[in-house]
Structure formats: C-alpha cells, structure tokens
Write a protein that binds this ligand. Structure first.
Ligand SMILES: [Zn+2]
Ligand SMILES: [Zn+2]
Length: 242
C-alpha cells in the first residue's frame, strides 16, 4: 500500500507567524502561493528550500495588509523574482506609500475584489474583508479540489456586539479568538492553527489553554481527527496536509 496516496494534494506551511513577521505557503507540493512576506527574502528562499520548493514554484504573493510584519521582505524578494502581487487596492496604495515597500515594482500589482473568487494554479482564492487598522485588510479562503483553508490574521473584531474600542485593537485577545473558534467549530475542521501570537504578552500554551477553556464552556468536543496547534513564531512547520 502506498502510504502517501492518502495524503491530501493541498498543503499549508507556516514559515513564520507572530508579531515579528508572518509568511505562509499554500498550494500543492510542487507549486503554489505565498501569503505575506513579513520576513526577509533570504528567509523565504531558505524556508522554501527546506520544503523542497524553489522560488520559481511560487506563482503569486497574496498580501493581507500593509503592516510591516506582513510586508518586510516584499521589496527585496520581488526585485530578484518578479512574482505577481495580489492585494486589495487600499493595501496596494499602502505599499506604494510604505517606507519599506515604496520601490516594489507596481507592474506586479494585481487588485483583488473582496468576495470575488479567482484562480491561481488551480486553487480558488477568495479574499474577505477583516476589521483591522492596516489598509485594505483582508483574510483569504482557499479551495483546491474540495480541500479548504482559511487564513484570518490581525483581526480587530469578530463580533458586532463587541465594543467600538475593541475594533481598534491591533489583535484579538486569546479569549475572543477562542470564543470565535469554539462557536465556528464543526467536526469537518481538520486543522485549527493558532497564528500571529504576540511576542511579549502571549505564549502558545496560554493560547491553547484559552481555546480548550472555551470548548469546555460551550460544550464543544473537538473530534479526534481535528488537529489543534499553535504555529511557531520563527520556525517553518513543514507541510500540513489539508
Ligand atoms: Zn497588522
Ligand atoms: Zn500583523
């Protein structure tokens, strides 16, 4: 029996996740998409190599918003490797005006419309707006042959009932994120990955504890087939099969 035949053809890999830098790979094992370049170009190329990928396998870069922890390496990476950059028009404008990104080749820019699905290497991509003080902030939903992934990061508010001030908060608290996940959970969820944990005032253990507390509170019993784990801040995860 071929063990690998039961693995999904759609993979996710976190290269870095946290307030000091964010970068993810989404795609097949031979080509795909990078979401955010909040680490150096060299770190991106090194992380790709670790996963048997080359920069030429990257067909698009999707940007969630223009904060430095999401775009730090974009200019250098795309100078050497002219990869199309997809983002909301407000975010693209933010890149043009941003200190670290003002010299990114605008010829690479592709404007995305929230909630208008489009396709990159056979993967259907749909951006959705999120509340955040970054410009044109969006999350992304991916679908490849029925395998799905949602990346929602830097969300200032998930629940309309939450007070106005919280909307301005840079990041959701553990409690809020946990409550949202517990509410949204269904047994079809294969992976729940806690991302973008703050460097100073949060730990993976605390975030996980919080999530399980909310599960208990809401009488949610995660299925044995659902993996729940925090993404490391500086290390590559290796492929997660979606
Ligand atoms: Zn941000
Ligand atoms: Zn961020």
């Amino acid at each position: 029996m071929d063990l690998f035949s039961c693995l999904s053809p759609f993979v996710f890999c976190s290269f870095a996740s946290g307030s000091s830098g964010n970068c993810y790979y989404v795609g097949r094992q031979d080509e795909g998409i990078i979401v955010d370049v909040g680490i150096s170009a060299l770190q991106v190329v090194t992380a790709l190599k670790k996963n048997d990928l080359r920069i030429s396998d990257i067909k698009a870069i999707l940007v969630t918003h223009d904060h430095i922890d999401h775009v730090k390496g974009l200019e250098v990476l795309t100078k050497d490797h002219p990869i199309p950059i997809y983002a909301h028009s407000d975010c693209l404008q933010g890149l043009v005006e941003g200190k670290a990104t003002k010299n990114v080749d605008q010829g690479l820019f592709h404007e995305i419309e929230p909630l208008q699905p489009f396709e990159i290497c056979g993967i259907t991509v749909e951006a959705f707006p999120v509340m955040h003080d970054g410009r044109g902030a969006v999350g992304y939903h991916f679908n490849y042959e029925g395998h799905t992934l949602t990346i929602a990061t830097d969300i200032g508010m998930l629940d309309k009932v939450v007070k106005e001030e919280i909307r301005r908060a840079d990041h959701l608290s553990n409690e809020e994120s946990a409550r949202f996940v517990a509410d949204a959970y269904h047994t079809g969820m294969k992976n729940i990955m806690l991302c973008h944990l703050s460097e100073n005032n949060n730990t993976p253990e605390r975030a996980m504890q919080c999530l399980y507390q909310q599960f208990r509170k809401k009488h949610v019993h995660p299925d044995v087939n659902t993996s729940i784990f925090p993404l490391p801040r500086h290390k590559s995860t290796g492929f997660v099969y979606l």
